[in-house]
Every structure is written in C-alpha cells, then in structure tokens.
Ligand binder design. Structure first.
Ligand code: TXA
Ligand code: MG
Length: 428
C-alpha cells in the first residue's frame, strides 16, 4: 500500500540488498535502477553523503536533488525528525527486513516519530480534515493516490531534517518521489533512509537507462551499481509544483509542470477541478508565449547531449515531408564531408492497426548511415537516451538526426529532452 510500502526480498535477492544497505548506511553513493532512469543514490539526511553525489557526477551544486521514499509513512515521518545536524544517528524509517536478521537489525525505529504522526492525524481530524497525511499539502492528495508510486516528483515543503545541500541553495522546498521500480523500493525500504538521487549520468550527458551507461560515465567513482536491466519509461519523472510561489498566480493555486516526464500533462489534467488550470513550463519550445518563470533550477543547464551534434526535426502536418527534410539534411552533411551519420526515425501509423511504413533513407556516396526506427512517441521516449549513447559512444557517428514527434502525451517529455540535446539544431 501507499502507507506502509512493505517490500520483502527473498532468496538470491537478499545479497544485493545487504550490499546496497551497507554502502548507503555508510553514506556512500550507489547506482540504482528506477522505472524512469538509473539514479545515483545516497542518504538524503546526510550533507556529506549528498556532497558525494554532486562530486561523483560533477553536477553544479546549485541544481537541487530529488529525494526518493518507499512509502507515504517514510515521507510523513521526515516532518517529525529533528533538524539536519552532523553526527546524529540516522533513523530507520523502512519496513522491509527490519527484523533481527534483516538490514534494519539493530537500528532503532523512531517511536517518537510514529506517535507524532498519529497525533497530527488526530489533530487534523479534530479540525475537520480528512484524517490523512496532514503534513502533505492537500492539493497533492489526489495526485498521490492516482500516480504514486510512479514517475512523478512533487515539490513539497522542506522537512527540517533534509540538509540544505539537497536543495542546492534554492528556497524552502524539496522535490520528493516515490518510485515504482521494485529494486529502488526494496533498496530504500531496506536501508530505511530516504535517498537523494539525480540521474546517474556524468553531468550534461544523456541520462542512463541501463547499468552499462552508469558504468560508462561513473565507473571507479561508486562502490556499487545494481543492474536490473533497461528502464521502462526511459525519460525522467515529471516534476510537478502545486505548492511553491511558482505554483501561484495572484494568490491562487495554479499548478505547474516544471519538467515534463513519465506522467503526462494530459494524465494530470484528467484529474479535473483545479488541474484544468495546469501549466507547463516550456522555455525550450518554439512558442515563447508559453514561457513561464521562474522555473526548476536544473533547466538552465545544457543537458542530455552526446558529443556528436544532434539535429531534431519537428513534425509538420505530413510525415512524408519530415523524412524528405531529413534526407536533405543527410545530403547536405555529406557534401560538407561528414562520413558517418546516425538516424533515429519514427514509423508513424496513419490510423490504429495500419501497417507502419518505416521511412527509407538513401546513403549519399562516401557517407555511411546507421538507421534506427522506433514505433511512436512512447517507444521513442523509452529508447532515445540509449540510442543517442549507442550512436555516439559505440558507432562514433559525426552527426545524429532524430525525427521528432508531436509534443503531446508521451511526446512532450521526449521532445523536451531532444530540443535540449540539439540546442540550436531544432529544425521546424
Ligand atoms: O526520474 C527521475 O526524476 C530521476 C530518477 C533517478 O528518479 N531523477 C532525476 O534527477 O532526473 P535529476 O537530478 O537529474 O533531476 C532533478 C530535477 C532537476 O530539474 C531539478 O532542478 C528539479 O528536479 N528539482 C529538484 N528539487 C527541486 C525543487 N525543490 N524545486 C523545483 N525543482 C526541483
Ligand atoms: Mg538529470
């Protein structure tokens, strides 16, 4: 359930969990899979553990981190822990393996926290509240019930126990996520600590969607990477703000997507009510009119970029036109002496059930083409980071051309990442 987040691991699973807990409890970083991308995780309650994250991926220290929890109970408990201070014994907030043999053995479960939570609930009920999660702004309750655990991050008030290092010096909020991936949940729950985790790429590189990507970028800088295969979603979580000043217009709540991701704008709007007023921050999109400020701090950095220049083609009304434009660009690059080009094409069905034509490209004389074709926006999101890495790090192409998709539903997040990767080569 959302509240207890219990997860039990058995058999051969217990070895990696034990290793993982050992490192995390020593305040070291671990590479962990989530359903979105791999994360570089460490104890979110310890400033030194958090600094180790920034150092390992050479991340600018003013870009705040997402804190991951494995239950609502863990998240709520944070609001009752004492302020961050060095030297305090870390609490045990997990549920899995807490018994005499398990990872939580010997760690005191903070009883005071549980009774403070119960008191808060009782007060909330007395004051006519609905008796649940009084620590969490009410605007989020429906979102949490609908989308957690999952690829959604929420901007919440900062619990005093979260050190300022996590916030990157920004305001009084902390971004929290309750991931759905069973391995991430098991690790968080078993070590009993909330984990700060950015994507486990070297800063500025495409996000890692496989353990090999983490190895490539961070090998030698972490004691442990847990390999659970390819990530399902493939782009990062949606960062949603329905709390801070950014989420208010003239004193009224006006929720805002700070980073599009695994949970779509359309999914959130479908909640109805005030979610009909949901806005999307899109500085990198073609319409300047949609720009909102201020925004999520991470947006100002160049992101997701392979070494080879990326060219993104924004779809027009006809899909034939886009492949013709891509072919023209391939020909131009070849004339300029480019000898190896990577292409990511999208086969677009005109109607559901139609046979999908894969766009065909012709290699100009003296120029090799490496073509990958995906079957639509969801599949593009799932594989884009892995394809950018493969074309760049393995095929060593000199340019990458990507056929874009319409920026709706799953397409919004992937076009957001692609326009960043392409910086000025966005071709409409
Ligand atoms: O899917 C994901 O979210 C992955 C996995 C590992 O969970 N994590 C991830 O973290 O993408 P990272 O650090 O690469 O991106 C965090 C984003 C940044 O854009 C950052 O600016 C924003 O979240 N963020 C963090 N704390 C914030 C806050 N308090 N207010 C607004 N934005 C915040
Ligand atoms: Mg990242």
């Amino acid at each position: 359930t959302l509240d207890d987040g219990a997860f039990s691991a058995t058999g051969s699973d217990t070895q990696w969990i034990a290793e993982c807990c050992k490192e995390l409890r020593r305040n070291r970083c671990v590479g962990l899979p989530t359903e979105t991308v791999y994360g570089l995780a460490a104890n979110a309650l310890d400033a030194e553990a958090v600094s180790a994250i920034y150092a390992a991926k050479a991340r600018p220290s003013d870009n705040p981190l997402i804190v991951h929890v494995s239950s609502m109970r863990m998240l709520r408990a944070l609001y009752y822990l004492p302020p961050a201070s060095s030297g305090a014994t870390p609490p045990f907030l997990g549920t899995a393996n807490a018994g005499p043999e398990g990872a939580g053995a010997g760690l005191a479960e903070p009883v005071a926290v549980a009774s403070a939570m119960a008191d808060a609930e009782a007060r909330d009920r007395e004051q006519g509240g609905d008796g649940v999660w009084p620590e969490i702004p009410r605007a989020y309750h429906a979102v949490i019930r609908r989308f957690w655990p999952g690829p959604l991050t929420l901007v919440l008030p900062r619990p005093a126990c979260v050190p300022l290092a996590v916030l990157g010096g920004h305001g009084d909020t902390v971004a929290f996520r309750f991931p759905a991936h069973p391995v991430a949940r098991a690790a968080i729950s078993a070590c009993g600590l909330p984990l700060a985790a950015p994507s486990a790429n070297a800063s500025g590189r495409p996000s890692p969607t496989a353990a090999a990507h983490v190895m490539h970028d961070l090998s030698g800088r972490l004691p442990l990477i847990v390999d659970a295969g390819a990530c399902d979603v493939g782009v990062e979580s949606t960062v949603l703000d329905a709390y801070s000043a950014t989420a208010h217009v003239d004193g009224e709540l006006a929720p805002c997507i700070l980073r599009p991701g695994g949970v779509t704008y359309e999914d959130l709007r479908a909640l109805g009510g005030m979610w009909q007023r949901l806005r999307v921050y899109r500085r990198d999109f073609t319409s300047a009119a949609l720009e909102l400020a201020p925004t999520t701090p991470g947006m100002k950095y160049r992101h997701y970029a392979p070494t080879a220049p990326v060219h993104v083609f924004v779809p027009g009304p006809q899909s034939e036109a886009i492949s013709a434009r891509m072919q023209a660009q391939i020909d131009t690059l070849a004339l300029k002496g480019v000898r190896k080009v990577g292409v990511v094409a999208v086969a677009v069905a005109a109607a559901a059930g139609d046979d999908v034509p894969a766009p065909a490209f012709v290699a100009p004389a003296g120029c090799e083409l490496i073509v990958h074709c995906v079957g639509g926006a969801r599949e593009l999101a799932h594989s884009i980071f892995a394809l950018l890495r493969e074309l760049d790090e393995i095929e060593h192409v000199e340019a990458i051309l990507v056929q874009g998709v319409v920026d709706a539903n799953e397409g919004l997040a992937v076009m957001n990442r692609l326009t960043k990767a392409a910086s000025h080569h966005v071709l409409c």
